[in-house]
Design a protein around this ligand. Sequence first.
Ligand SMILES: [Zn+2]
Ligand SMILES: [Zn+2]
Length: 363
Amino acid sequence: MIDERKQLYSEAKINSKSIGKKAFENLSHSISRLLERKIRDRLEKKEGVILLQNRRGFAPFIECKSCGYVEQCDRCNVTMTYHATKKHMRCHYCGKVKPAPTTCTQCGGFEFSLNGFGTQRVEQELAALFPSAVTVRMDMDTTTRKGSHEKILRQFGEGGADILLGTQMVAKGLDFPRVTLVGVISADTQMMLPDFRSAERTFQLLTQVAGRAGRSTLAGEVIIQTSQPNHYALKHVREHDFVGFYNEEIEFRKSINYPPFSRVIVVEFKGRNERNVEQTATSFGNQLFTLLNRESILGPSPAVLSKIKNEYRWQIIIKADKDGDKNGTRARHAVARVVNNLSGQSIKSKVKVTVDVDPVGIL
Ligand SMILES: [Zn+2]
Ligand SMILES: [Zn+2]
């Protein structure tokens, strides 16, 4: 996609000599020319297309053009997603809704750019590229009503729609013989998350969605768009190579001593008072340091999602080494002891302490 952008930019530069600045408008696309060509080809042949974009809404970032401020939820430390259908911003973590900004809260600027692509924006782009094609969108926003999920799938399955576009909902288990093209709008959304399972999840999601193409005698084709084409997860998705991915992933896990080589325990501290949360996490850490190997403890530090629903979040991550602490028993006992020691303090300061052994994610 980086090459694609460079190409579009250099063409715009040439065009600007005759049409001026207008040439640089609307340069951001989520659908590459290659994917566009492939979709056009399937539409002509009346074959089905499935497109995956694992992000709902229109644009996940609304940025002030003069100071670069990105609109965030007041209750969570995450950016708010612009929803074009309702023309408002919504927080995907707590559900809070705000009208789209007219002036910047930081600098008073009144021009904004919508960055990133959600399913709504891809849908709009598809409508502009292929005006006569019927696209159905399947994400959390279009499937809230009972039966709507089945209705969308039936319409697509019976040929009443040409393109099925959606979030990870479109990846699992669908079996439509007429689908010969699967397109992944951006493989990067999940791959770049700071979580040790990101590569595994990406590999899993992409192999799953790739399997939706060519389920009958018609040959299938999969196009994956990315800015990280050399990422090992993608390399193995391309070859459909489970063993190759496993071998590389297991080496990586071993080198940083993450599961399955260790047991991971996440202790989370949550509360409305940021200072109290930090203090509780710090005292927890200090006690834990006396009980366990210092090197097996990460933090205390603010979580990646450092504030959700007005609650600040800190965490301590413990990696219990399988050699020294086979089932993580020692680490779990140490954590339980500190939880017990500090229960008075955490109740008084209204900080919730939760312990998650082998968590599915660490964000
Ligand atoms: Zn601003
Ligand atoms: Zn929120």
